[in-house]
Design a protein around this ligand. Structure first.
Ligand SMILES: Nc1ncnc2c1ncn2[C@@H]1O[C@H](COP(=O)(O)OP(=O)(O)O)[C@@H](O)[C@H]1O
Ligand SMILES: N[C@@H](CCOP(=O)(O)O)C(=O)O
Length: 363
């Protein structure tokens, strides 16, 4: 007999201007993984060459992705979680059919979604019964910034912070539920048997969901080139001018509440989505970004609330309450007229979804 599940993880837009590595929005574009676990096959003792898992992709956004379980981000993440729980491979023969609507390397959280999908895949394949908080801990061992993975897992408009090592490391066993104690014992046994396995500290990330008006949609203008997040992070400075940090803190504090108003104040949001911590250092990698930020505003573009780089880019995120296609057209026109033939783009008008990752048993 086979048990089937559908894992569905939303795309995310991180930062939202001033909230670098803090804020994330989950969006109505999905990574879907259909999983079949053969529950009747005997558990293999020796490690199978394919770790007992077979993956395939259908549809777009899969080009160049490895089908080798140790090289594919989804299955490699799952294998890490399994190792932390005492499994050297998938416990039963498992197949994962992947359909990915999230474009790769564009600042819409494709890697965060893949990491979340991998953690959920391990959770069902080995019936680990991990809580959402523990899944987040695992995600953060792979993707070290919380904004995308927290929004993808929990859904909605999310703020997160990472605990200091000494805050996160020692959560006393007495403060854990019975299920959590069982889980911790299993992990500690696995770590003792395999010292190479690095267990995630407990509660390394704390997140909170913020209000977001249902009137708001996310217009994503997506250039047809990839920008690896690692490259865009390497462009950031080692230290900051305190004035720039204060500039962002002021805006971030306003943004946490301004998007939640029933009818958001366009100029308040517009100013609160400005940033001096990451966008200025990434401008040179996204032709058109300076002009886009300097040109559109709520007076000359009705419906617009604010504009920023989505994640590490190159996608532009415009939050708006109306005229979504017109806003996209204006931004695309700026990309079109960039030097050397312009920058080709596509666009999506997306909902901000309050449901994060789902995993539904199909039979
Ligand atoms: N569905 C997926 N399956 C396997 N790997 C993925 C998937 N989605 C993303 N990745 C990996 O993440 C990389 C993109 O990550 P990153 O540079 O952080 O961009 P993004 O802004 O899209 O998260 C891809 O090149 C690929 O290695
Ligand atoms: N805070 C991160 C967010 C990266 O998001 P992605 O969608 O581009 O992976 C950063 O700005 O580096």
């Amino acid at each position: 007999m086979a048990v089937s599940y559908e894992i569905k993880v939303p795309a995310t837009s991180a930062n939202i201007g001033p909230g670098f590595d803090v804020m994330g929005l989950s969006l109505s574009l999905y990574l879907t993984v259909n999983v079949h676990v053969d529950t009747e096959a005997p558990t293999t003792v020796a490690v199978a060459p394919n770790y007992n898992v077979t993956i395939s992709y259908e549809g777009d956004n899969s080009s160049g992705l490895s089908l080798d379980p140790k090289k594919n981000l989804i299955t490699d993440t799952a294998l890490y979680v399994l190792a932390c729980n005492g499994f050297s491979q998938f416990p039963r023969p498992t197949t994962a059919r992947i359909n990915n609507s999230i474009p790769l390397g564009r600042g819409l959280g494709s890697s965060g979604a893949a990491v979340v999908a991998g953690v959920v895949l391990a959770n069902i394949a080995a019936e680990l019964n991990l809580s959402q908080q523990r899944m987040l801990d695992y995600c953060l061992m792979i993707e070290r910034h919380p904004d995308n993975v927290a929004a993808a897992l929990v859904g909605g408009f999310i703020a997160s912070y990472l605990a200091d090592d000494d805050q996160s490391a020692q959560i006393p066993a007495t403060s854990l539920s019975e299920a959590e104690r069982v889980r911790r014992e299993r992990e500690e046994k696995a770590a003792a048997a395999n010292p190479k396995v690095l267990l995630p500290p407990e509660k390394i990330c704390r997140s909170v969901r913020l209000g977001c008006s249902p009137k708001i949609k996310a217009v994503a203008i997506i250039p047809r080139f990839e920008l690896a997040t690692s490259k865009a992070r390497a462009a950031l400075p080692e230290s900051y001018n305190p004035k720039d940090v204060v500039y962002n803190l002021q805006r971030l504090a306003i943004l946490t509440t301004a998007l939640g108003s029933e009818t958001p104040d366009p100029w308040l949001v517009y100013g609160a989505m400005m940033d001096k911590v990451h966008q200025p250092y990434r401008m040179h990698m996204i032709p058109g970004l300076p002009e886009i930020l300097a040109t559109l505003n709520p007076d000359n573009t009705p419906g617009l609330l604010g504009i920023c780089l989505s994640g590490a880019g190159p996608t532009i995120l415009a939050l708006a309450v109306s005229n979504f296609d017109e806003i996209a057209a204006k931004i695309r026109a700026i990309f079109d007229r960039q030097p050397n033939g312009g920058v080709a783009t596509g666009y999506e008008v997306l909902d901000i979804v309050s449901e994060g990752t789902t995993c539904i048993k199909k039979n």
